[in-house]
Write a protein that binds this ligand. Structure first.
Ligand code: ADP
Ligand code: ADP
Length: 234
């Protein structure tokens, strides 16, 4: 069965007169599949991500991940957003390692295996071009560098399910395409299930196995297209 099953979901914010963000929205994502979701601004893409990762309950319909009905934030999820959302009082390395402190099974191992985990975080920072910045604070880095750090944070606990909500959109075109290559490398190494929200069709086609198109709000999936190109795509 699919790894992520969104079945006829509706989402209304703020009670009966609130904004209807999603309606009759369904999608399936196979384990290890990389999908991209595109659609007009405000159609409910971020909302769909929040439902699929258990951050919000759906108003109607079912959200099932790994065969289980989702009823709260899932520890197997890694998330990155359009903004870096780093904690300003923590150094970059410690920001990247944050999910390890939150996910129970990692938190236990972290006490004994801190050096291995730190090496993993440093390796991710190196991959995104931030070698040597691990002891800096967020304000000492540019916006794009903070954004790259937040991508490392999304990956540090090897999430089985990765939710990427326009994590590359605010970056300059060169950095963006470098990060596509990094993302492709990470995906090919471990084959996590990835849901990427993007406005960039080139990005969608470069990275994803399948591109899903959403309607205007209330959003639902209205079309999909398989990307039949061999990887790596350069
Ligand atoms: P997208 O990510 O496609 O731009 P969103 O999922 O962010 O769309 O938003 C869908 C609709 O829901 C929009 O009309 C937005 O204003 C509304 N919305 C999003 N988040 C909230 C919230 N926390 N409270 C109330 N309305 C919200
Ligand atoms: P983006 O689509 O750029 O990722 P968001 O998903 O954060 O942006 O927000 C999309 C829309 O939802 C925006 O118009 C924003 O004003 C609205 N929105 C987001 N969060 C809330 C909230 N907590 N309350 C009301 N509106 C919200």
């Amino acid at each position: 069965r699919p790894y992520v099953e969104i079945d006829n979901v509706a989402m209304r914010y703020g009670g009966v007169s609130g904004t209807l963000a999603l309606q009759n929205c369904s999608m399936n994502v196979e384990q290890g599949e990389f999908i991209a979701v595109v659609g007009p601004s405000g159609c409910g893409k971020s909302t769909l991500m929040r439902l699929a990762s258990g951050l919000w309950p759906a108003t109607e319909g079912n959200v099932i991940v790994a065969g289980t009905e989702v009823d709260g934030p899932l520890p197997i999820v890694g998330m990155a957003f359009q903004n870096p959302t780093l904690l300003p009082w923590r150094r970059i390395l410690s920001n990247v390692m944050l999910p390890l402190e939150v996910v129970p099974e990692h938190r236990k191992r972290l006490r004994k295996e801190r050096p291995q985990y730190e090496a993993k975080a440093r390796e991710l920072l190196r991959l995104v071009g931030l070698e040597g910045f691990d002891a800096k604070f967020p304000y000492q880095l540019s916006g794009g560098m903070q954004q790259r750090s937040s991508l490392c944070r999304a990956l540090v606990h090897d999430p089985a399910l990765l939710m990427l909500d326009e994590p590359f959109s605010a970056l300059d075109v060169f950095t963006r395409e470098e990060l596509w290559a990094v993302m492709q490398q990470v995906w090919m190494a471990r084959k996590p299930t990835v849901i990427l929200v993007t406005h960039d069709l080139r990005e969608a086609v470069y990275l994803a196995d399948r591109v899903l198109v959403m309607s205007a709000r209330p959003g639902r999936i209205i079309a999909e297209r398989r990307v039949d190109l061999p990887r790596p795509r350069t």
